[in-house]
Write a protein that binds this ligand. Structure first.
Ligand code: SF4
Length: 509
């Protein structure tokens, strides 16, 4: 499947979120539950004036056209980091990193409002908490806010507002709530296969959400660049997604004509401001000197693109997750430049389910790196045995969050039904990811237990997360107003009356 021969995305573009789910999974009752449950509320609220929370979510996830944007008065602006959502008094986002024109990047707050006039009418002007606001993001308006750079959000959206409203209705989990939820009793009354089916349908919704986000970016930058940006972002984990994404956005400059992995590593680490200036003698010193030999020649020409150190959050990061290590892997991918054909070959190969993680890890493998295979970081001592650059756990994260949604959506866009089914089969057959606190909490609340026996596949885990996000996020620790228990009960009655709708559209290989 040659990427350049793919038909344009018109087919995919004109299908709305719900229509797609109906198209590929006609019996997905879980999507109906979402639409009629709390998740649908945001959608209805979205028109004609979107709630500010929705605008904040759009900003947080940067569901906007990020390239070539300008403020209302025509100044170019790059969002290097959208900032951290502030749920206390004061501006909506703290510690954002924004670059105006070719000026050095600025760190400060971002305030989101419906209109520039809110700056005065909400009293931000005279409130000292808002003094460090460097960007006022407004839904609509024609004049900039006095004394603040002002960005219009409405024309920048990367998808229709109602589609984004439904997408965000399922974002973020609530804070830690250890109590068992009201739905746990009706869920425990269901037979094992019914719970499996429910999780599967919720996982279909989740696959679709990730795929539509990738597709929105692919409309702007192409499929290859969208894959690259989301893969690097996923390698940034929770805290370093944005600097990794920003470096991925610099790909056209990064790659240039060079296929030399060392030059590419120097550029990635140099642009990321992650090259230490000093080192002890020995292998670290030697490797750093080679990287600096490249970077000092190039740095001046791209000084305005270098990320500030504040972009990165290194506190509490395990050595294996350090961005320097992941960027060295990314340099290998760029140098070898055969990522898309490799993934295509991987999808087209006939593989047993148990071989999926190992074979995907192999598809992502690069030539052994003389320095990074024996060092975790620039500070660590030499390791006795070669260290993997990716590993099976990260390969699984990439598969579930990026690779399979990307392959699935590309097959949809090219109307290649057999490859779509293979991507779907692999998504549902993928072995379970590493357990974590979020999954444990969701299991406890919804099923009243923390054992993971039901969750042998990643898709079951994804389905559980989707339900928790769709319903728990719109309720509280006491499950007040949550329609999920009633929906489960009604479904149970239908099942016991013999009315069962089960999607059999996934063909085993
Ligand atoms: S909020 Fe709803 S879905 Fe979440 S635990 Fe309570 S009843 Fe279950």
């Amino acid at each position: 499947m040659n990427i350049n021969l793919l038909p344009k995305l018109d087919f995919a573009r004109h299908c709305k979120e719900k229509q797609w789910i109906v198209l590929f999974w006609p019996n997905n009752f879980y999507e109906e539950w979402r639409q009629h449950g709390v998740a649908g509320g945001s959608l209805r609220d979205a028109d004609p004036t979107p709630p500010e929370k929705l605008l904040q979510q759009i900003w947080l996830h940067q569901r906007i056209h990020r390239d070539g944007i300008t403020t209302i008065d025509g100044q170019s602006v790059r969002i290097l980091h959208p900032g951290f959502w502030n749920h206390e008094a004061g501006p909506d986002f703290r510690n954002a990193i924004v670059q105006f024109g070719n000026d050095p990047p600025r760190v400060g707050s971002v305030e989101i409002d419906l209109s520039p006039s809110f700056w005065q009418s909400h009293g931000h002007e005279s409130n000292p908490r808002y003094r460090d606001v460097i960007l006022h993001v407004v839904w609509q308006g024609s004049k900039p806010t006095q004394g603040r750079a002002t960005l219009l959000l409405k024309p920048l959206l990367d998808a229709p507002l109602e589609e984004l409203a439904l997408w965000f209705a399922a974002e973020e989990l609530p804070g830690p709530q250890a109590s068992i939820g009201k739905c746990s009793a009706p869920l425990r009354n269901l037979k094992g296969e019914s719970i499996t089916e429910l999780l599967r349908q919720a996982a279909q919704v989740r696959l679709h959400r990730k795929a539509t986000q990738l597709q929105a970016r692919a409309r702007e930058t192409g499929w290859e660049q969208a894959l690259w940006e989301f893969a690097l972002s996923a390698l940034g984990y929770k805290h370093n997604r944005w600097p990794m994404r920003r470096l991925a956005e610099l790909n056209p400059w990064l790659s240039g004509n060079s296929k030399n992995p060392q030059s590419l590593e120097a550029r990635l680490l140099g642009l990321g401001n992650l090259l230490p200036r000093e080192s002890k003698a020995g292998s670290v010193h030697l490797h750093l000197r080679e990287l600096w030999d490249v970077w000092w020649r190039e740095a001046d020409a791209v000084r305005s693109l270098i990320l500030p150190r504040e972009s990165w959050c290194m506190a509490g990061l395990r050595p294996v997750n350090q961005p320097v290590r992941r960027l060295a892997l990314a340099a290998g991918w760029l140098a070898e430049g055969r990522m898309i054909p490799r993934l295509e070959r991987w999808l087209e190969q006939s593989l047993p389910d148990e071989a999926l993680p190992r074979t995907l890890e192999a598809a992502f493998a690069v030539a052994p790196h003389p320095f990074w295979q024996s060092h975790w970081t620039f500070r660590s001592s030499i390791q006795g045995t070669p260290q993997p650059m990716l590993g099976l756990t990260r390969a699984t994260d990439l598969a579930i969050n990026v690779v399979l949604p990307w392959l699935w959506m590309r097959a949809v866009a090219s109307q290649n039904d057999s490859l779509r089914r293979v991507a779907e089969h692999r998504y549902f057959a993928w072995p379970a990811s590493q357990d974590n606190a979020t999954l444990k909490l969701a299991r406890l609340r919804l099923l009243g237990e923390t054992k993971s026996a039901l969750f042998k596949t990643s898709s079951a885990q994804q389905g559980l997360l989707q339900i928790a996000q769709d319903f728990c996020n719109h309720s509280n620790a006491l499950c007040e107003g949550c329609p999920f228990p009633e929906l489960v009960q009604a479904w149970q009655v239908r099942l016991s009356g013999g009315v069962q709708s089960v999607d059999r559209s996934i063909t085993p290989l």
